[in-house]
Design a protein around this ligand. Sequence first.
Ligand SMILES: *Cc1c(COP(=O)(O)O)cnc(C)c1O
Length: 364
Amino acid sequence: MEQTIRVELSETLKEKPKTDQLEFGRVFTDHMFVMEYTEPLGWHNPSIVPYQPLTIDPSAMIFHYGQSVFEGLKAYLTSDGDAQLFRPERNLKRLNRSNQRLCIPEIDEKLALKAIKELVALEKDWIPGAEGTSLYIRPFIISTEPYLGVAPSRHYKFIVILSPVGAYYKEGINPVKIAVESQFVRAVVGGTGEAKTGGNYASSLKAQEVVAKEGYAQVLWLDGVEKKYIEEVGSMNVFFKINGEVVTPALNGSILEGVTRNSVIQLLKHWNVPVVERKISIDELHEAYKAGQLEEAFGAGTAAVISPIGQLTWRKEHLVINNGETGEISKKVYDTLTEIQYGKTEDPFDWVEKVSVPSKVKHA
Ligand SMILES: *Cc1c(COP(=O)(O)O)cnc(C)c1O
């Protein structure tokens, strides 16, 4: 049975920010989606309501034991003025995988997609139109039962908020300096690294803070047991081009499976560029560098799409990659993915999902 989403429109609308003044995640649209979970009702009352603060009991479990999950995706405006999403089903599947790991009851993915589409359609005027800008979509679930016992919560809220975001690269795609992290770890196999949960971010802040003082944009995470195998870069998946072949760490139980990662792999295969998912150690990468075979390195994630690595610092040695410039494959992947997302080129994989705007919310 198709569930209907109750809509309560806001009486006043906010002023929209100027496109050239957009920061990431500071401004939110006029409405949000909310759905509740209680027992024995399950998930119920899906609603679009005015964007507003939540009233939550101080004893709610989210504040104490951090049982929460989130997602991140974007709505893009095409030159024809249509709104579209990029592979949103994968985000909702992943949200449910994260739910399983955090003992949160799974959501109906179809209903969640419908909610996102209805919310984006309602807020279509908030999608900025300038090059590289988009409407960031943040679905998340928090545990709201007022209880200090250590157990899975029996109450939750699933919420979707929207935020107009500026171009990640204002002066063209830009390589960054990365420090190989040898003290802290992000995740271990058996832990929560595969899940998109706030705790992973909380525990990664320290490493980022330390290296930022030394001028690095982010850290390269190694595995949590031997500190030997490469896992991710910051909160992105990572790729290396070594002697003509693109290598990305295989999903091992502590790496987050990115939608962008999967899309990059599919694109490379489509272009007949050799690409492999396998274990890769930092020693192997260093050897490849010394042999002059480390040709490109880049991070991949929704926010930046592709973030080239111009320099990797490991044990005080600076590995300068491709003269600190954006590599050919990095650029080609970036251009193609963004052109697909903005509807500027064919979409041979059917990745794009149009958001239809019903006439009653179409603005004159
Ligand atoms: C979200 C995330 C990514 C990137 O995933 P995308 O679906 O490509 O945005 C990579 N690593 C971590 C740790 C993440 O949280």
